[in-house]
Ligand binder design. Sequence first.
Ligand SMILES: Nc1ncnc2c1ncn2[C@@H]1O[C@H](COP(=O)(O)OS(=O)(=O)O)[C@@H](OP(=O)(O)O)[C@H]1O
Ligand SMILES: [Mg+2]
Ligand SMILES: [Mg+2]
Ligand SMILES: [Mg+2]
Length: 346
Amino acid sequence: MSTSPYACERRIAELAVQRAALLTDRIYNSQVKGTTIKEDKSPVTLADLGGQALVIAALRHAFPDDFIVGEEDSEILRKEDDKRNLLWSHIKEVLDEGLVPEAEIGTIRGEVDMMNLIDRGNHGGGRTGRIWALDPVDGTLGFLRGGQYAVALGLMVDAQVQVGAMACPNLPVELSKPDGAKGILLSAERGQGATERPSDPTSTTPAKPIHMNPISSAAEGSFCESVEASHSRHDMQANIATKLGITKPSVRMDSQAKYASIARGDGDLYLRMPSSSTYEEKIWDHAAGSIIVEEAGGVVTDASGKPLDFGTGKTLKANKGIIATPASVHAEVIKAVKEELEKPDL
Ligand SMILES: Nc1ncnc2c1ncn2[C@@H]1O[C@H](COP(=O)(O)OS(=O)(=O)O)[C@@H](OP(=O)(O)O)[C@H]1O
Ligand SMILES: [Mg+2]
Ligand SMILES: [Mg+2]
Ligand SMILES: [Mg+2]
């Protein structure tokens, strides 16, 4: 039987984010989310910290020599006994339930192991070798407000994303039933397509291939963008959409659920024009989402149409903007973006 080059990595990545999503969901539904505000003024919760520990436990078990660039570190847990104890009790419950096969993705041995695992995500990224980019809760603001968030994991080999997996606990399982069951697990391998299935590990629904909508002109489509006005230029994005003849209102959504949505044909374009000249996009905010869109028939580039460069460290250095669209309309969208950027300041 022939298998694809990264079939094993894809399987482990799927299981890892699936198990982490059981924890994030559990913490969302509990009394205490343990929110702390980080130095950059963004929130971090027990779900972010525990999700990172669980995913890295899986990577340690399956690929012990790989490097990991994770968003979080264990400093808060080392300082605050209450948070550490509470998080460990949640993680232990997820592990004891055993819904995701521990034989394949390993375990966490206790509180100290939990913190050490989180800190294994301290690699700085780079151009060579096998490096995983992990965002245990992408869209923490979305998580806190009961909106969209994603557990996102991508594998880069020599700076090319080869595998991505993402759990989106608040996206509907069926597009035709937006108020029905929630929680999907998406994944992709370079050259092998993208799939989705329910993220509930007890579900027997098989994975199915996903495809972007086959639009032939951007005017037929709709676009999504960040909820937070400080994360991208809503005004510019509206101008670009108008120029393209898009009449549907934008869909504002937190996190890489934006990539997931367009990859499964719920929307068409993702526009993210930079709102600050100093903020650098993080690799963990785009690695998983970008390959899932590409493998569903899309193209993901910066605002000038160049591919994203995942080999420049923890951040996409020198990146200006993110544009994700079906391949059929990418050139048309980049032309409109260029015109918007060249517009004289009035
Ligand atoms: N100034 C600025 N500009 C651009 N992006 C930023 C900025 N600040 C933060 N972030 C990152 O945005 C991640 C959340 O994704 P989104 O912006 O798409 O969603 S959201 O609407 O803000 O929730 C969010 O990811 P998480 O920290 O994992 O939630 C951040 O990495
Ligand atoms: Mg964050
Ligand atoms: Mg993020
Ligand atoms: Mg995050």
